[in-house]
Design a binder for this molecule. Structure first.
Ligand code: KG4
Ligand code: ZN
Length: 358
């Protein structure tokens, strides 16, 4: 069975085709980062308009790359939420029109389910069950993944996402958008012990995160330096970047290890743009080594938003009997806010009702 997938929940337009037997056949992506850069963040209206411009050319490109035509597609999957309403509507309407025109089922996919299952597209792929650390500009979550449709939230951020913490502190320091890579580059030349920044909730007994206080702490340090000595020196900038990065990474790594211990699982998967951070990777590799476990970092193009994870989630849901293939009217709605538990199997609570869970 060949499934085409559409992703348009935020600032990336992604289209891909996946075969239930052969895996990923082709995928194409357009990132809007350059377009949003001058505004210092994603502008929803511009995002929607750009998805409209890109989605059909990308669809043609992907079909061409896979050597397929519209007639070869057996089902359509699309991100129905969560995300920006206008942006989601672009992918949803293209997907539903495609399905309607060909008389195919259209499968709405939860964006986070796409992320959680995307590591299975990589080689080597982790076996179920595993713990997933999802760290991007919009999400910071620790999830237990027992199988398709069996997800349990272990912990999440109470305010800013980890990527947002990188982006906002980078902005305070006058670095460009997205700030994560820029801050991380600058941090390489700095001393992470130079500034004593808070590690929010590091020792809290739960697996939740909080990053908004860090932003305030960085702002306070910046103001202090300005008051004491005027402009920051290059050395101070690098030190502050390194100290900020260390504060975020320490919390992410510590909570991930706590999740491994609490669940008793031995496999950790990291997904999302912040997974590109070298310090986070190094710290997790070291800590998981001590636990005699494994850590998986899928290729970055599969970690960040993409169409492949949506097509693949559609394929897995079909195989697991969790997709409505009868298809109905092709009337649709999108869900800018959507609880992942709503797409879990009914017996999921049993599967994840492990006594080891917090
Ligand atoms: O998954 P992603 O590409 O998009 C979504 O947010 O959905 O993640 C983007 C986030 C941004 O906040 C960016 O600053 C962060 O990932 N990021 C990094 C690094 N590369 C990207 N953060 C820290 N270190 C990096 N090397
Ligand atoms: Zn995402």
């Amino acid at each position: 069975m060949i499934i085409i997938g559409f992703e348009s929940s935020c600032d990336e337009t992604g289209v891909a085709v996946v075969c239930t037997e052969k895996g990923l056949l082709a995928h194409a992506l357009h990132s809007q980062i350059a377009m949003h850069q001058e505004y210092g963040g994603v502008v929803p209206e511009l995002a929607s308009r750009d998805h409209i411009r890109r989605i059909l050319p990308l669809t043609e490109q992907v079909l061409g790359q896979a050597g397929l035509t519209v007639a070869d597609i057996d089902a359509v999957a699309y991100t129905a939420g969560p995300g920006l309403a206008g942006a989601l509507l672009v992918g949803a309407s293209v997907a539903q029109s495609f399905a309607w025109a060909r008389g195919l089922p259209a499968i709405p996919i939860h964006h986070l389910e796409g992320h959680l299952l995307s590591p299975l597209l990589a080689d080597p792929k982790p076996q179920f069950p595993f713990v997933a650390l999802l760290v991007s500009g919009g999400h910071t979550q620790l999830m237990r993944v027992d199988g398709v449709g069996a997800y349990a939230l272990l912990g999440e951020t109470l305010d800013d996402a980890a990527g947002e913490a990188f982006d906002k502190t980078a902005k305070l320091m006058g670095l460009g958008y997205p700030g994560g890579p820029a801050l991380s580059r600058l941090a390489q030349e700095g001393d992470a012990r130079a500034f004593d920044l808070p590690r929010p909730m590091l020792h809290s007994p739960d697996l939740d995160f909080s990053f908004s206080g860090l932003k305030t702490a960085v702002l306070t340090r910046l103001k202090q330096i300005e008051k004491e000595s005027g402009a920051m020196t290059a050395r101070q900038r690098a030190d502050l970047a390194a100290s900020t990065e260390a504060a975020i990474v320490d919390v992410l790594a510590a909570k991930s290890i706590k999740a491994m211990k609490q669940t008793g699982l031995k496999r950790l998967v990291v997904a999302g743009g912040v997974g590109a951070n070298r310090h986070l990777r190094a710290q997790l590799v070291q800590a998981m080594g001590k636990l005699k476990g494994e850590v998986f970092f899928p290729p970055l193009e599969l970690c960040t938003d993409n169409g492949a994870m949506i097509a693949y989630a559609g394929a897995l849901r079909i195989q697991a009997g969790l997709a409505d293939l009868a298809g109905a009217s092709h009337a649709f709605t999108v869900k800018p806010r959507w609880d992942l538990q709503e797409v879990c199997r009914e017996d999921c609570l049993l599967a994840t009702g492990d006594p080891l869970l917090p």
